[in-house]
Each structure stands twice: as C-alpha cells, then as structure tokens.
Design a protein around this ligand. Structure first.
Ligand code: ADP
Ligand code: MG
Length: 463
C-alpha cells in the first residue's frame, strides 16, 4: 500500500474525532483544546461508541471532570445517539493503535453516563441539538434582516405550512446560524415531541460518508426521514459533492412530500452555487429565499448593545457608535472586539471610555494587519519541519509539494497578493502552478476534516 493511501486511511479513522474537535474549537478556548483535547486520539468508532485514547490516567480524569459535558454534547451533536469513551493508552502503545484489542484489554474503561433521551428531553430547557444562545429573543431585527427574521418566525409557528423550504442566504457573520437555531428553539418550545435536526451540511456529509463506510446507510436515511424539522446550515458546502447531494435530494423529497419543514442557510443564492445539481437547485428555490444584508449603523449599534449585556459591559453611546462604524459587517468580529474590551478594562481596571477603547483596539487592529508572505512561508515550513527555501524551490519531492501548496494557499487567503505575485515570491513560478496548488489544498480540505483543522489552526496563528 503506498504512503498516500495509508495516510488517507488514517485520516478517515481520525475523521470522526476530528469532526468533534472541530466543534469543540468553537466552544472551548484554544489553549484548552491544544492542551487537553488534541492529545486525545481516535481509537474506534463502532456500535454507537466513539472511543478515544488519552496519554495517561491523569489526563483522562482531568478531561472527563472538566470538559465531560462539553465532550458528550459535542459527540451527541455530531452523531446523535453515539456514546463517548476515553481509555488510557498503554505504555509504549504509541500514538496509533493499529488494532484496538491489545490496547483495550489493558485499559480502564469508563464512559460518561448517557442521558436518558426521552425524559431528559421532556425536561430540558433547550434542545440538545441547538445552540442555547441563538434564540429569537436574542436576535436584533433591523431593515437588513427583517424579511429573513419574519419568515423564520412564520416557519417556526407553522412548520411545513408556509415557506418550504425556507432558504436563508447571506454573508459570513450576519446571523444565518442564529436564525436557524432560533427556529429550532421556537418549534421545540411549542411542542417537545417534534423531532428536530439542526446540522451543518458539512457534518451531514461526514455522517453520510461514515454511514456508507460502516454499512449503516439505511439507518442514516431512516434517521433523517423521520424528522419533523430539518435545519441544515451552510448548504453551499454541498457544492461538488455528488453522492451527498443525491442522498440529500431523496431525503428532501421525502420530507417535503410529507409536509415536514426544511430550512437551509447558505452564503450564496442557489443560482450562484456552482456544482450544485440542477434538480437540487430547483428544490432550493421552491419555497422562499430570504436574504440577510449587512446591518446598517443603527442595527449594528443595537446588536453591539445586546451582545455587551451578557459580558457585563456597559457601553457609552460614543463607544457604540465607534464600534458600529468599524469597517466590518461581520457580527462575529464585533463580538471579538467586545471580548477584547472587557478583558482590557478588567485587567487594567480602567473604565470603558471612547479613548480607552480606541487604544485597546488599536493594538488589536495592529495584530490584525495582513500577514506577509515570508511570515507564512516560515510558519508553514516550521510546521512541516522543512526549510523556507525548500518551499520556494522547484523540487517535486512529495514531502515538499504539500507544504508548498499549503503556503501558497494561505498566502492567497491571508494577503492581497494575486496568483502571479505569489508565484514570484515562491521562486518565480507561474500563476497556473499557484492556482493548481491552491485547488489541491481546497479539495483536500473538503475531503479531510483533520487537514482542514490543521489549516484553520495555521491560519488563526497567522492572523
Ligand atoms: P452566520 O451563520 O451568518 O455566519 P451567525 O449566525 O453565526 O452568522 O452569527 C455570528 C454571530 O453574530 C453570532 O454570535 C450571532 O448571535 C451574532 N448575530 C448576527 N446577527 C445578529 C443579530 N441580528 N442579532 C443578534 N446577534 C446577531
Ligand atoms: Mg453560520
């Protein structure tokens, strides 16, 4: 078996766990993930149990005590109904456990207790599949999102009877995921027996792929055909995934025919999604397409005020105006600024005045300056343990082409350099070579969650 195939297999094996760590990255702070979560490795995923190994008993105990609930929740979120176990790697067992048996026999095993599904759900304040922060109450309505908001409410009050599907389109950080979850919460509150699935399209694809690999695709289909309200986030990521699109098409039809509600979000309109099967595109356009535009100044100010509350921040109006005028429409960025403001005012014991805020954020914006191509090359070379000059060389050694493509891709993503500019900086390559490298990386990211996670981490560290 050649190296690449072996590598791929390993990636698939690690894929279930990688999908969970991807989710944890959104919920735990990066240091926690690096220190406690990354060292866990996938051992097996079978019979409804995802098993990972911890380096030692102490590590395992700490993770279960401190992050047990987040982990159980994340696993449940990615593969509903799946249990999660951490076992301790045997000494000398190494990072890989080629065949779990030897490792497993020598381990102490203990699983996090599974919540009793039906009863727990009846009592739960929030549906386990939904983000508790994202409700209609916490959503600020302005002219930019009014139509999307009103249609989301209509759908939530009368699932399957008004717009079906509801397709919410809009740029990053404008509240699509928020509205999607809000619909789920409202349906859940009105009737707890309703079965709700809220899942990013990317995770839907991963689940589908592993169902095929494990011969459980019938169960997969059944599970989705049973739901009353199917909420799929970021369907633009289905582009180019023919097998998943095909499966989704059938699930869509079966749900739609029986009057169940489907809500989709996307950063593109159906008509602008390349590599989307025609029949799926036309399905997406059957109901209502509601778009969310970037918020205007007043709406931004209101959102900022709302987001400041749970942080315990009181913002003078001058500060809200200043923040709302910053050149970003992405509410996630604005939330980042608020976190920063709170941290600084706490650490320095200073009040939140316009002057202080400008000073605190100037540092932040300094950090947000564009990374240089040289920095990117150095970082990537360090990560892959090669020399920066090697990345600029034209050597075709397999150990260099991947890091080189990664560096090209990151340069394209993080700087304003054009393809020919990038070629120049990588030892005078032509623009087609750079484009090809970037495409390679993008394809691999699609196919391989772990690789995508590495790239995202590199990207973050360069920002
Ligand atoms: P998207 O899915 O469109 O990329 P999200 O729904 O994840 O964006 O929103 C990013 C962040 O911004 C979330 O914390 C969300 O609560 C917040 N947000 C966006 N729009 C609004 C709004 N109108 N009111 C309150 N919060 C908002
Ligand atoms: Mg989103």
């Amino acid at each position: 078996m050649d190296f690449d195939v072996l590598h791929e297999l390993q990636d698939i094996r690690q894929g279930h766990w990688a999908a969970v760590t991807g989710l944890l990255l959104e919920r735990l702070n990066p240091q926690t993930v690096a220190l406690w979560i990354r060292p866990l490795q996938e051992l097996s995923f079978a019979d409804g149990v995802l098993t990972v190994t911890a380096p030692d008993a102490y590590h395992r105990k700490w993770v279960l005590e401190k992050y047990g609930p987040e982990l159980t929740q994340a696993v449940e979120h990615v593969w509903p109904g799946t249990r999660f176990e951490i076992v301790v790697r045997t000494p000398g067992g190494g990072g890989e456990a080629p065949d779990g048996s030897a490792v497993q026999s020598a381990l102490e095993t203990e699983s996090i207790p599974e919540p009793a599904p039906a009863q727990a759900l009846a009592r739960a304040q929030y549906h386990p599949n939904l983000d508790p922060r994202y409700t209609f109450e916490s959503f600020v309505v302005g002219s930019s999102n009014q139509v999307a908001h009103a249609s989301a409410i209509a759908v939530a009050q009368n699932p399957g009877r008004t717009f079906n599907p509801l397709f919410i389109a809009g740029g990053a950080g404008l509240g699509k995921t928020h509205l999607l979850n809000a619909i789920g919460h409202a349906v859940f509150r009105a009737d707890r027996r309703k079965s709700i699935q809220c899942i990013p399209a990317e995770r839907f694809m991963n689940e589908f792929v592993s169902a095929i690999q494990q011969g459980t695709s019938i169960a997969f289909k059944e599970k989705y055909r049973r739901v009353d309200v199917l909420l799929i986030d970021d369907v633009h990521t289905l582009a180019g995934r023919e097998a998943t699109q095909e499966e989704f098409f059938h699930i869509f039809n079966s749900l739609h025919d029986s009057g169940r509600q489907i809500v989709l979000t996307s950063d593109k309109y159906p008509k602008d999604m390349p590599n989307l099967e025609e029949r799926l595109r036309s399905r997406f356009e059957w109901g209502l397409i509601a778009d969310i535009q970037p918020p205007d100044l007043e709406t931004k100010m209101a959102i900022i005020g709302r987001k400041a509350e749970p942080l315990g921040l009181t913002l003078p109006e001058a500060v809200r105006i200043f923040l709302a005028s910053l050149p970003t429409a992405n509410v996630r960025d604005l939330e980042g600024y608020l976190q920063r403001i709170r941290a600084y005012s706490e650490f320095q014991g200073k009040p939140v005045t316009l002057e202080n805020v400008q000073e605190w954020l100037a540092i932040h914006m300094g950090q947000a300056r564009e990374a240089s191509c040289e920095e990117i090359i150095k970082k990537v070379a360090d990560y892959y343990n090669v020399r920066p000059v090697d990345l600029k060389s034209s050597s075709r050694k397999a150990s260099l082409t991947q890091p080189r493509h990664v560096a090209m891709y990151l340069t394209r993503e993080l700087t304003s350099l054009s393809f020919p500019d990038i070629g120049q900086r990588f030892g005078g390559k032509n623009h087609a070579t750079v484009m090809h490298g970037c495409d390679n990386v993008r394809n691999r990211m699609h196919a391989d969650p772990q690789f995508a996670a590495v790239l995202n981490a590199l990207k973050r560290s360069l920002r």
